[in-house]
Design a protein around this ligand. Structure first.
Ligand code: NAI
Ligand code: XMP
Ligand code: K
Length: 458
């Protein structure tokens, strides 16, 4: 049971409401959270959350919709599902949960030239299966024994519940446990896509929804409180009422309220906080990210709308702070740029293995693709709001993300919050205490007085 919180009685530190009401713009490093009381193990902490009103995720981390961060490979890895598909299970409903009828692999279709051949004519019906609940070790043993590549898991009624594959187990060797994938009720990996707010983006939304089967779209603007977003939002809600719409970006309660009242199912928070962003320098607008997250979350919570803290995340501590200050999800660009799953090839820069990372408002990105968004095809002057550069090789997100999540679980444990709702309760009732750090306190909080050291996060 959570204990009575002594911190309030001690009047130590400040509640978020007190700290963020003082007229300063703070970011994650300015603020330090006070520990609460630990009464559970870190392994008991659940990070399950919502990214929109109706979409649940198993972990509170998503990758940025940027052309040097997220394409198909990143999306597949972030949803914690198997890489690539060379086979398909056939069920009587055409979906997970239906009765398993057979399986089609490349061996069944390699020499079938008529692409209209029904799967029922070529599929393998005589399958080795395992009962629902078979664990990883059991599935691997069965794959070894049967010498098959695929092992469908079925329940007592013969309905498909999962598929274990040799390729997946091989790919996962040496990686930490990946956690449960984020799936829709019919078993598809959850996916969202970013769109603009111009007339031709309506056709893109229709394609994404009808053919791509996306669960959510993000209206992707630096300043989301615009007539353009309100028009696009109302169009999507009329044309595709089932599609969840995330609006943004916003940094104030007023912006948030207008978009939520117009029907936004989620909000993306952050203006100029990104590692590649120059918006605050160029346009003079934005907000310190911790302050932005807190104030937007206060308004969004009134409506039960989740918010995404977007930009400026540099470490697991920043993720814990963003979630503790009211975000339901964090969005990372630079953390995931330079990973194996990010688009682009590695190359050598000053002796280091690197990949390209660039802002979507950089001159380079504008002249490739996001060009027409800025009307720069018809206007002579291009004003960049981002930079283009390189980041170091960061390995695989399949390694990074499980460690980040474990670090956040430990952060939640230190705060005394068992899950997102618990941490939210601490914030709202004011028992989550915090204060700002002086420059010297920030230096003390980092590594100091070492002649040489290696900083290995995990
Ligand atoms: N989070 C952040 O701090 C920032 C993010 N970015 C990223 O850069 C990219 C581009 O952002 P934005 O420049 O804000 O893109 P945007 O497409 O929202 O806006 C580009 C320009 O087009 C105008 N516009 C949009 N819809 C219109 C319509 N229907 N009719 C006429 N004009 C219209 C806008 O007012 C703006 O001047 C996005 O990926 C965004 O996430 C850029 C700057 C800051
Ligand atoms: O001012 C900006 N100019 C840009 O060109 C730009 N491109 C992306 N973004 C935003 O930055 C976020 C990623 O930030 P991080 O690298 O810090 O994770 C992303 O998720 C975006 O919100 C931009 N902001
Ligand atoms: K910045």
């Amino acid at each position: 049971m959570p204990p009575m919180n002594g911190a309030i009685m001690e009047h130590d530190g400040f509640s978020a409401c007190e700290l963020f009401g003082k007229g300063y713009s703070y970011t994650y490093d300015d603020v330090i959270l006070h520990p609460g009381h630990i009464y559970f193990g870190a392994h008991e902490v659940s990070l399950a959350t919502r990214v929109t009103r109706n979409i649940e995720l198993q972990i509170p981390i998503v990758s940025s919709p940027m052309d040097t961060v997220t394409e198909a490979e990143m999306a597949v890895a972030m949803s914690s599902t198997a890489r690539g598909f060379t086979s398909a299970c056939v069920t009587d409903t055409g979906a997970l949960g239906g009765r398993l009828l057979g399986m089609v692999t490349t061996r069944d279709v390699d020499f079938v030239n008529d692409r209209h051949t029904p799967l029922s004519e070529v599929m393998t019906r005589d399958l080795v299966t395992a009962p629902e609940g078979t664990d990883r070790a059991g599935a691997m043993a069965l794959l070894l024994e049967s010498k098959k590549g695929k092992l469908p898991l079925v329940n007592a009624d013969g309905e498909l519940v999962a598929l274990a594959t040799r390729a997946h187990f091989k790919a996962m060797r040496g990686l930490p446990p990946q956690g449960a994938p984020a799936l829709s009720p019919d078993g598809r990996p959850r996916v969202g896509a970013a769109v603009g707010t111009r007339e031709d983006d309506k056709a893109r939304v229709a394609k994404l929804y009808d053919e791509g089967g996306v669960d959510a779209v993000i209206l992707d603007s630096s300043q989301g409180d615009s007539t353009f977003q309100l028009c696009m939002l109302s169009h999507i809600k009329r044309a595709h009422p089932e599609l969840e719409v995330i609006c943004g970006n916003v940094v104030t309660g007023a912006q948030a309220r207008r978009l939520i009242e117009a029907g936004a199912d989620g909000l993306r928070v952050g203006m100029g906080s990104g590692s590649i962003c120059t918006t605050q320098e160029v346009c003079a607008v934005g907000r310190g990210q911790a302050t932005a997250v807190y104030h937007v979350s206060r308004v969004a919570r009134e409506y039960g709308v989740p918010i995404i803290a977007d930009g400026g995340i540099q470490n697991s501590g920043h993720i814990t702070k963003a979630l503790a200050l009211g975000a339901s999800v964090v969005m990372c660009g630079s953390m995931f740029a330079g990973t194996a799953e990010a688009p682009g090839e590695y190359f050598t820069y000053q002796g280091q293995r690197v990949k390209k990372y660039r802002g979507m408002g950089s001159l380079e990105a504008m002249s490739k693709g996001s060009d027409t968004r800025y009307h720069s095809d018809t206007q002579a002057l291009k004003i960049a709001q981002g930079v283009s550069g390189v980041v170091k090789d960061k390995g695989s997100v399949r390694r990074t993300v499980p460690f980040l999540c474990q670090a956040v679980r430990q952060g939640f444990q230190d705060l005394g919050g068992k899950d997102m709702a618990d941490v939210r309760r601490l914030l709202v009732e004011g028992s989550l205490r915090m204060e700002t750090r002086s420059a010297a306190a920030q230096a003390e909080g980092g590594v100091h007085d070492m002649l040489a050291y290696e900083k290995k996060p995990w």
